[in-house]
Design a protein around this ligand. Structure first.
Ligand code: NAP
Length: 305
């Protein structure tokens, strides 16, 4: 029998992956927090994916974290701030040749997981797919995109990429995944916090061109200093392109704040500021942006870590 895909985190991305893998006939197990969530899931009868307006439910078998089944392939689909603890809770179930696929945005959580489970192979992902929950156990596939996967420690691609082909999950193996993750983080730092502070859609940042340009200059300095010059290439032009191309959209951080959800700030702007400090780089505008964002989150009574 083929190796089952254990999916940790039945949220937006976890559901998007679990349903497509299951629909391709692959073995999938959903891992939920506790017995109460398991009861709720079983009562719902499965995971529902809404695609092109059509809803389909997939009865993916589910289990709690303390299930005894060994885990050889684990797709980690929690928020960055939950990941380390969630994986630690499964450490005793991981086989000696276990592989983890980490879907988290930003940087920092991947290293935390790798340190927690040093015996496992950790593969990072960077995705442009978009999904959101419109109910418990129900997810809308909002934006088709692409997922790059890579392993900073071993360049060889895993054999299970065939499963992603079968599941029609558009993907590519990347030998420079760290550069991709840094590039995405830099784009996020230049756009998302400002949309929160200026209370605007992405396109609203066209009125703050200078502020964006100064941030890009500091981010380029940071990327070059931390050994990621390719992630710095034409950063400002791409930031401007993204602002135009997504002018009508609200950034993910804006949506988190508007819905009073915890943001992933520590793994995005917070991570950039932390790395700058480690390299003794003085980036006043990036630091000031973090101070302003943290104060704003506090003023709303939201967590700032
Ligand atoms: P999400 O919808 O909030 O889902 C996270 C899931 O993790 C929730 O279902 C949560 O359970 C579960 N979880 C947390 N701790 C757990 C634990 N200890 N045991 C079991 N389950 C646990 O988040 P998301 O939007 O899918 O985002 C996941 C990651 O993907 C983030 O880093 C995000 O930035 C990144 N990403 C998302 C998208 C997107 O379009 N959504 C796109 C690209 C990247 P409960 O349901 O019980 O709370």
């Amino acid at each position: 029998m083929s190796t089952p895909w254990h999916v940790l985190g039945a949220g937006s991305l976890g559901t998007l992956w679990a349903t497509r893998l299951a629909r391709a006939g692959l073995a999938v197990r959903l891992i939920v927090r506790d017995a109460e969530r398991l009861r709720s899931y079983n009562a719902a009868g499965g995971l529902t994916l809404v695609e092109h307006g059509e809803a389909n439910t997939y009865a993916v078998p589910a289990q709690t974290t303390d299930d005894p089944e060994p885990i050889r392939r684990l797709l980690v689909a929690c928020k960055a701030y939950d990941t380390e603890n969630a994986v630690a809770g499964l450490a005793s179930r991981l086989t000696a040749d276990a592989e983890l696929i980490l879907l988290q945005n930003g940087l920092g959580s991947q290293d935390a997981v790798a340190n927690r489970v040093p015996q496992a192979r950790c593969i990072s992902a960077s995705s442009t797919e978009g999904a959101f929950r419109d109910g418990d156990w129900r997810v809308v596939f909002a934006g088709h995109g692409y997922t790059w996967l890579g392993d900073v420690a071993h360049a060889v691609a895993p054999i299970w990429l065939d499963d992603l082909d079968a599941a029609k999950i558009p993907h590519a193996w990347s030998t420079d995944i760290l550069t991709r993750l840094w590039r995405k983080l830099a784009l996020n730092c230049a756009i998302n916090p400002l949309t929160v502070l200026h209370d605007c859609r992405n396109g609203g940042l066209q009125a703050h061109h200078c502020e964006v340009a100064i941030l890009c200059a500091e981010l380029i300095e940071l990327l070059q200093r931390c050994g990621q010059p390719a992630a710095a290439d034409n950063l400002q032009q791409e930031v401007e392109r993204v602002i135009l191309a997504t002018a009508a959209n609200y950034s993910s951080m804006y949506q988190d704040v508007a819905s009073r959800r915890r943001t992933e700030i520590s793994y995005l702007l917070g991570h950039a500021c932390k790395v700058a400090t480690r390299h003794q780089l003085h980036l006043p505008h990036l630091n000031q942006l973090q101070v302003r964002l943290v104060a704003h989150l506090h003023s709303l009574g939201l967590p700032s870590d």
